[in-house]
Design a protein around this ligand. Structure first.
Ligand code: ATP
Length: 256
């Protein structure tokens, strides 16, 4: 049986004195899965991630991680790694020191860890940039550095909020190729927010469509394309029809 890592049960959230951002959302994510969340702008995707990460507290419902209820607040941050929309690298720290930060915070940034991070930087296409500062990197490199820093925080569930949203189309394709190659080896579970439907299909095992407004429930779509996936799959009929279906459903969520 495949182990369940995260479950959201009837989760709701409202900012004080405002109508709910989302209500009664339920979903489960299995260990090792790559799950994307898509939905109209402003429907509450980033807010949902902040609630899962424990940065905001749900107004109702439960968050269970690895089958154990986390209770209110969902503050079991150790199990989660959150990468917000902006890369938030510290400008006064080198790439290496930025990536070591999560280990420093945990008091585990010994010499051995430094060499682990240096090896990872090579796999992330950042060899030779260990001592560079964030402003010396391209957009794609900054995102890879931020991604590695998120990975180094060790959380089993990675919450990635539009990590490639600000990149140009070519760089984004490169990032997809890189992530598809790397992914199998990392063995992490991912929740991924995107506006790019092709990106969602290419990377995900399942996609959840978030409703607009506080009514409606999450819709789930399985992506049954074989792995390993290749960028060129987006021309294949199975991919094209999934994309059309996703677009149709997304449009419906905006018009209800
Ligand atoms: N700190 C806040 N206080 C009050 N309302 C907020 C706050 N942050 C977000 N909101 C509102 O909550 C709703 C959901 O915002 P959120 O950023 O989660 O949406 P989103 O789906 O991630 O949007 P996008 O796709 O554009 O990034 C929006 O109506 C937004 O204006």
């Amino acid at each position: 049986m495949i182990e369940e890592l995260l479950s959201l049960r009837r989760l709701s959230f409202s900012f004080p004195q405002q109508k709910p951002v989302f209500s009664d959302l339920s979903l489960t994510v299995r260990k090792g899965e790559f799950v994307s969340i898509v939905g109209a702008s402003g429907c509450g995707k980033s807010t949902l991630f902040k609630v899962i990460a424990g940065l905001l507290e749900q107004t109702a419902g439960e968050i269970g991680l690895r089958g154990s209820g986390s209770g209110s607040g969902g503050n079991r941050l150790g199990l989660k790694a959150y990468m917000p929309q902006q890369d938030l690298l510290l400008p006064w720290r080198t790439v290496l020191d930025n990536c070591l930060l999560p280990l420093e915070i945990k008091g585990r940034a010994g010499k051995d860890k430094k060499s682990v991070v240096q090896d990872m930087l090579k796999r992330f296409g950042l060899a030779g940039y260990e001592l560079a500062y964030p402003h010396e990197l391209s957009g794609g490199m900054r995102q890879r550095a931020a991604f590695l820093r998120t990975l180094m925080s060790g959380g089993e569930l990675m919450l990635l909020d539009e990590p490639f949203g600000a990149l140009d189309a070519m760089t984004k394709r490169d990032m997809h190729r890189w992530l598809l190659e790397l992914w199998g080896d990392l063995g992490r579970t991912v929740m991924f927010i995107t506006h790019d439907l092709e990106e969602a299909i290419l990377l995900s095992d399942r996609i959840f469509l978030m409703p607009s407004g506080s009514g409606g429930s999450l819709q789930e779509m399985n992506v049954e394309l074989p792995r390993p996936r290749r960028l060129e799959m987006n021309y294949e009929p199975g991919f094209v029809s999934l994309r059309a279906e996703l677009e149709r459903r997304l449009y419906e969520t905006r018009t209800v």
